[in-house]
Design a protein around this ligand. Structure first.
Ligand SMILES: Cc1cc2nc3c(=O)[nH]c(=O)nc-3n(C[C@H](O)[C@H](O)[C@H](O)COP(=O)(O)OP(=O)(O)OC[C@H]3O[C@@H](n4cnc5c(N)ncnc54)[C@H](O)[C@@H]3O)c2cc1C
Length: 333
């Protein structure tokens, strides 16, 4: 059952209009207070690009769960609520398009690539690969033209690759399914392969000499025993050279993962209109409300700074919604 709209009477939220997604049947539910908690919009590419028009020319991937379509943002906005900081979206750098998606929109998050060397679509290194987070790695990729890169590994490194998708994990666990990951490396059209660096470069459509120079130079830094690569400052302790065939190049593109902006609320999680006046009996919590309030994380977040405020704002919204409905004393009173 999907919420399609809020029912507002005399400026007060009194319930929701829903639709049964299988039958199309409409049903209204009434309540003394309503809490919206429909999550983010990082799996709605149109909405991501609407809020980050600068990324329109580039390949950007959808990367939250399938329900993170931003329905709630539209529903709250239609009821008069205000959205804020919608362009503050957290992008992962380490993702390739999911070849199983006929629309080419969804991405697969790739991990276990500690020794990968990143080169841009022209075959040049451009970044300290150690800094692969949203505030560093994604930004560096977005500064390339086009905003993509190849993450190159060799045959000794493929054993560590994991894919953040249940299909590539043993059923019901987060343990990698070795055969399925190996299959992905062999069949994805977004992965270049080669038994030599020359054939890899051809598969990547990059001049052979350029790729060879880039990899030879990187390998020479490791051979020389320097602590950091002099080009981009990557710490080299424990890093492996790219030298054992077969070689793979994964075509990374920025993947929208989390939303830092959303529905603007006050400290009681009451939804605010464009004049920052509350909409009576309407509350919003979680990622829909930028984790809390509209933008509690600011522009950046660390892994783990979403779930906490989502839960916390849910408790606050729930307590004040109950209070508005005549139960309890609200939160922290
Ligand atoms: C793969 C992944 C890993 C993550 N890992 C971490 C982590 O390690 N640490 C961390 O802090 N954060 C992490 N996050 C972020 C965090 O999980 C989310 O920010 C958080 O779960 C959001 O919680 P929520 O309850 O607000 O929304 P959600 O968990 O997204 O729940 C919203 C629900 O509403 C449903 N919904 C949407 N629209 C409608 C509608 N119209 N009608 C009815 N239902 C609707 C959705 O289907 C969904 O079930 C991760 C996110 C992803 C995608």
């Amino acid at each position: 059952t999907a919420v399609k709209s809020l029912i507002i009477e005399d400026g007060r939220a009194v319930g929701v209009r829903t639709e049964n997604v299988k039958t199309g049947e409409s049903q209204d539910y009434f309540a003394k207070a309503t809490v919206m908690g429909t999550g983010g919009f990082a799996s709605n590419l149109d909405m991501v690009l609407e809020n980050r028009p600068d990324l329109r020319p580039h390949r950007i991937l959808e990367g939250s769960h399938v329900g993170a379509k931003g329905d709630g943002h539209h529903v709250v906005q239609e009821a008069g609520g205000t959205l804020t900081h919608m362009g503050d979206i957290w992008f992962y750098s380490f993702a390739i398009p999911d070849h199983r998606d006929p629309n080419g929109r969804r991405g697969l998050v790739i991990r276990g690539m500690a020794d990968a060397v990143w080169v841009n679509m022209q075959g040049h290194r451009f970044h300290n690969e150690e800094l692969s987070g949203g505030g560093s790695g994604s930004k560096a990729i977005m500064a390339q033209e086009p905003a993509q890169c190849w993450a190159i590994i060799d045959g000794t490194m493929r054993e560590h690759v994991t894919v953040g998708d249940p299909y590539y994990q043993k059923e019901g666990t987060a343990v990698r399914d070795v055969e399925k990951v190996a299959e992905l490396l062999e069949i994805s059209p977004y992965i270049g392969r080669g038994s030599t660096l020359e054939s890899l470069a051809k598969d990547m459509n990059i001049p052979v000499d350029t790729l060879k120079e880039t990899i030879d130079r990187y390998n020479s830094h490791i051979d020389s025993g320097v602590e950091e690569d002099p080009d981009f400052g990557r710490p080299l302790a424990g890093r492996q050279k790219i030298e054992q065939p077969p070689f793979y190049a994964l075509n990374y593109a920025p993947l929208a993962r989390k939303n830092f902006g959303g529905v603007k609320t006050d400290l009681r999680c009451q939804v605010l209109d464009k004049n920052y006046q509350i909409i009576d009996r309407l509350f919003a919590a979680g990622e829909l409300a930028g984790m809390a309030g509209g933008h509690i994380n600011g522009k950046k977040g660390l892994e783990g700074t979403m779930l906490g405020p989502c839960l916390f704002s849910g408790r606050i919204a729930g307590a004040w919604a109950a209070q508005a409905a005549g139960f309890g004393r609200g939160f922290g009173t």
